[in-house]
Design a protein around this ligand. Structure first.
Ligand SMILES: [Zn+2]
Length: 460
């Protein structure tokens, strides 16, 4: 006797699809197999005509800090409705500055405690990256404790007021290599982006079409090149986040070829695979994201590199902002970022599988298996018996238009508003519990848990 059986669906693994039932007992997957071989169950979910996949693992989201008005409650509900069962948010080292919500500097460990305290209402599981924001060598001394607290990935920025210069970044790479931890890089050359921004401000070029030109693709490639080179010299594993363009992906491909996938991994985001810069004319500042949404050829480059394997993961870079905070006169006064947790799976599925003919195993690799393996979540991202029953039941045939009216996020817009997509999330399970059912949250707040991650090797 088990708790639940998901009956009659098509199971998707990283390599295969086949018709099978999935049995859930407690928090784990008990069995995957033929209907006749299944035990009895208290509950049955009819998944006829649906795909049964591991829940999406999103390693790049911003919740409840200077990059997001979302709380853990609103963001995890958006995640659950969108088929995401685990996300990784950021634990910030507090700094003092214009963009900072803090009055005094703090430590990374305080950042972890602060985020964990905010997460009591979560309905899906979550992990944290540490984010270094200051060139203070004291942070190097606390990295070991941060890794031991289940946070083996450290985010470094090359841009913004909390960006690091090469000298300090180099030192962080060495410290991370010693701990077998790894770096997560936001790479854009700050001096180029700041100079362009100042120039456009002087010239009064505040219309949203100017925004992408303020952060050019080569600025991303230059910073990625420098950071990846330093990391490789230090023997530090490197994860390139939100790769947006051909130039930057080509740089990462070169290092990956030379040093191997056990040293360098990278992601792009759904918006870089589905939208081009014509969106600014359509939606104004709403799609303002950094790095910017690029040219049609960059979309092609994202799929070429996903196929070739330079890009391992597709994430959201979810930021929960409202229209009001985005719709300002000049783009430089707008918030940077947009919400996507709820729409990610249907939008990327529609583009990759329906429009471009990629397979369901591909979808499971880039959305679930790869992020689980790279970020040290061995019990997630798979439907293997014994692992966490984090499951999404997905109807691949239903066609509908995306609308922000359904948003659980505090964000009251969608950069995909009106987009016709095929494929809808029917049910989402987190550790055996049904959290979202047919567009409604059915779990109690607080089901979601902090996941202590391990530093696992990248040879897979
Ligand atoms: Zn981000």
């Amino acid at each position: 006797m088990v708790d639940t059986i998901i009956r009659g669906g098509t199971v998707v693994t990283p390599t295969d699809t086949f018709d099978a039932d999935v049995a859930i007992d407690g928090e784990r997957i008990a069995a995957v197999g033929d209907g006749e071989s299944m035990p009895e169950a208290d509950h049955t979910i009819d998944a006829t005509g649906s795909m049964v996949m591991p829940g999406v693992i999103d390693p790049h989201v911003h919740i409840d800090d200077m990059f997001s008005f979302d709380t853990y409650e609103t963001a995890t509900k958006a995640a659950a409705l969108g088929g995401t069962t685990t996300y990784i948010d950021f634990a910030w080292q507090a700094w003092v500055g214009e963009m900072s919500p803090w009055d005094e500097p703090g430590t990374l460990r305080e950042g972890i405690e602060r985020k964990r305290a905010k997460a009591e209402e979560a309905v899906v599981d979550y992990g944290l990256h540490g984010a270094i924001t200051r060139e203070d060598r004291a942070v190097l001394e606390e990295l070991e404790a941060v890794v031991d607290a289940g946070v083996p990935s450290i985010k470094l920025f090359t841009a913004y007021e909390f960006g690091l210069e090469n000298g300090f970044m180099n030192r962080v790479f060495e410290a991370l290599a010693d701990l077998d931890a790894f770096a997560v890089l936001h790479s854009e050359d700050a001096t180029i982006c700041d100079d362009r921004t100042a120039q456009f401000q002087r010239e009064g070029k505040g219309d949203p079409e100017w925004y992408p030109r303020s952060r050019p693709d080569y600025a991303e490639a230059i910073a990625a090149d420098a950071a990846a080179r330093m990391a490789m010299e230090a023997g530090c594993r490197y994860y390139g986040i939100h790769t947006s363009c051909r130039k930057s992906a080509d740089v990462l491909a070169r290092y990956r070829e030379r040093y191997g996938e056990e040293m360098l991994r990278a992601e792009t985001c759904t918006h870089y695979t589905t939208l081009d810069d014509s969106i600014f004319e359509e939606l104004g500042n709403l799609p303002m994201i950094a790095p910017p949404i690029r040219k049609p050829d960059d979309i092609e480059a994202m799929f070429e590199h996903l196929e070739a394997g330079t890009l391992d993961v597709v994430s959201t870079d979810h930021c929960g902002y409202t229209k009001e905070s985005k719709q300002v006169d000049d783009w430089w006064d707008s918030k940077f970022g947009a919400n996507a947790l709820q729409t990610n799976l249907p939008v990327f599925h529609d583009e990759a599988v329906i429009e471009r003919g990629f397979s369901y195993p591909f979808l499971v690799r880039v959305l679930s298996r790869n992020p689980a393996r790279i970020f040290g979540l061995p019990g997630k991202g798979t439907l293997d018996p014994g692992t966490d029953a984090d499951i999404v039941v997905f109807d691949p045939n239903e066609t509908y238009a995306i609308t922000a009216e359904e948003n659980a996020s505090v964000a009251d817009f969608s950069i995909y508003e009106g987009r016709e997509v095929t494929g809808r999330v029917k049910q989402t399970f987190v550790r055996g519990e049904l959290v979202a059912d047919d567009g409604k949250i059915v779990a109690e707040n607080g089901h979601g848990r902090f996941v202590e991650r391990e530093s696992t090797d990248w040879a897979f």
